[in-house]
Design a protein around this ligand. Structure first.
Ligand SMILES: [Ca+2]
Length: 306
């Protein structure tokens, strides 16, 4: 069974199919965030002839996605981040690993959170000290963050121990090596426990699991347009993929994907529940068609959509 899709609102919603077919919904169809759209396994594959919208299950024809296929990998991690084709993670002992070929290679040092993206490889340790991987060495970065993300357009962003969001523009990230530049961390008003960026948007969740998106971000203006847009739903962590797609996990351990995100509409249209390891997931990250899952028991899964 494919994901179950929920829409935010009734404002002329257009439901866009993953395979390129889009359907403008009628006002009485699939209007609320609480109304889920069931996908019937027996329904034929998506075709050019969707069922009539008078069907009582009006929504079901556009939520039948292909299923995910997951591979259980060796090892155990508590957090993972993927980007620019690379995979980094940390285990419960703060040891750092990267995926090379079909195995894990340990890096020197200890981090509680690691990230990889267009701005390079960055991380934070137990004391919230920040590091950037330069060559084979971790160099210290002025500042304190408990969580950091390098998925933006050559900028980094993150949250400190007091849930204050910060970002660092490209001029301070790509060329940074120890002591060669004064850093201009930009404090962003608001409160977030987790903050992640992609090519055109940054998404965060606060301590109440409320979700916010920041638009208009770019390599020189990592603060974006200056506004938070509240997004319905509740997630305990959230990650933006290198293509701008958005995935997250809720407090129950279920995975969700934001529908129809694009540079024109970074906030997307609704949430799809991804039915993978329901109730067991604690962390996700997405890059190049691969959805990486960390389960509550630290098991690692690499999932692709078919
Ligand atoms: Ca990331």
């Amino acid at each position: 069974m494919g994901p179950t899709r929920m829409l935010d609102d009734d404002s002329g919603t257009e439901c866009r199919l993953l395979r390129g077919l889009s359907i403008t919904m009628q006002p009485d169809v699939c209007l609320t965030v609480t109304q889920s759209c069931a996908c019937f396994p027996s329904f034929p594959a998506l075709s050019d002839n969707p069922p009539p919208t008078t069907n009582p299950f009006k929504c079901f024809f556009f939520v039948c996605h292909a299923a995910f296929r997951c591979t259980h990998l060796s090892g155990a991690l508590v957090q993972i981040d993927v980007g620019v084709g690379q995979v980094f993670g940390v285990n419960k002992d703060d040891s750092i690993y990267t995926r090379l070929g079909s195995s894990w290679t340990q890096l020197p040092g200890k981090l509680k959170h690691v990230t990889v993206g267009p701005a390079g490889v960055w991380g934070a340790n137990r004391e919230n000290h920040i590091f950037k991987l330069v060559g084979a060495d971790w160099v210290t970065v002025p500042g304190l963050l408990k969580q950091i993300d390098a998925g933006g357009d050559q900028f980094v962003a993150g949250a400190n121990h007091g849930d204050a969001p910060f970002c660092l523009p490209k001029e301070n990230t790509v060329g940074y090596s120890k002591g060669n530049s004064a850093l201009n961390w930009r404090h962003i008003p608001g409160s977030l426990k987790y903050y992640s960026c992609g090519p055109y948007s940054c998404w965060g969740v606060n301590k109440h699991d409320q979700i916010y998106v920041r638009k208009g971000v770019n390599s020189f203006n990592c603060e974006g347009d200056g506004h938070w847009q509240h997004i319905p739903g509740g997630l305990s962590m959230i990650e933006v993929g290198s293509d701008g797609s958005v995935y997250g996990v809720n407090s129950a351990g279920d995975v969700f994907r934001r529908d129809s995100t694009s540079a024109c509409k970074p906030e997307g249209t609704g949430w799809s529940h991804i039915p993978l390891y329901n109730g067991q997931v604690k962390h996700v990250s997405y890059d190049l068609g691969h959805l990486w899952l960390i389960l509550k028991n630290d098991a690692i899964y690499d999932c692709t959509e078919h």
